[in-house]
Design a protein around this ligand. Sequence first.
Ligand SMILES: Nc1ncnc2c1ncn2[C@@H]1O[C@H](COP(=O)(O)OP(=O)(O)O)[C@@H](O)[C@H]1O
Ligand SMILES: [Mg+2]
Length: 257
Amino acid sequence: MNNFTYERLHNNLQYLKMNTIEELLDNCLELAARDSKTTMEVLDYLFEQERKHREAVAIERRMKSAGFPVNKTLEVFDFEFQSSIDKTVIYDLAMLRFVHNAENVVLLGPPGVGKSHLAIALGIEVAKAGLSVYFINAGNLIERLKTANREGVLEKKLRDLMKYKVLIIDEIGYLPFDEEGAHCLFQLISRRYEKSSTIFTSNKSYGEWGEIFKDHIIAAAVLDRILHHSTTINIKGESYRLKERKRQGIKTGNLYQ
Ligand SMILES: Nc1ncnc2c1ncn2[C@@H]1O[C@H](COP(=O)(O)OP(=O)(O)O)[C@@H](O)[C@H]1O
Ligand SMILES: [Mg+2]
């Protein structure tokens, strides 16, 4: 390859933003000549690396914009400890058919049983599959929606939230919503109904949702839309945090430390 060809090739790769190929090219051509690789093999290798790198960057970007508070994956979830959860149901959800069908997932149970962990783990699967996902605490979400409502930009805020293929609303029920908050949330849920998936976590059973909304009619209307196409995971076990504390307590000989 003469100098002109070499330079033009590098310039074109830069122009086309094929940075990985550009980086690997010289070394790859050298090794290919040494190992008598075919042109097809060289091209295949280079494009495969470029694609892999771009995918990894895109996943990283989606993971950042998802706003996960911590990184929790399915692989580190101990299904033996939480025997009320059917592992096959969770792994089936991780195939993301529910996302393609715009269905919802609701994780219910007392504190510490892994609701947020599983919601984040499913969210990570969504990001890995190349789809957009956003995690938000229910209290924060309501505050943001109410602020937008007062500033007359609720419509824009709702549209912004529609761009996520999956929205994770964590901790419904820790704080009750006032009338305005319930009304805003109802609007969001109505928008997403049958269009995009939402994952909810809550420490309150469905029967108690009326208290969260203070208004039983709105609660019923919200639940009606959420539950029409949804999977509920009811977790009944012991808190994992408590288990960890007990284990530490046994080590130190004091359960109450
Ligand atoms: N079965 C489990 N296997 C591994 N870690 C778990 C399990 N259940 C809960 N945890 C961990 O315990 C902590 C509390 O779980 P979390 O999902 O926040 O509970 P919840 O949202 O139900 O209150 C987190 O650090 C989580 O990763
Ligand atoms: Mg939680």
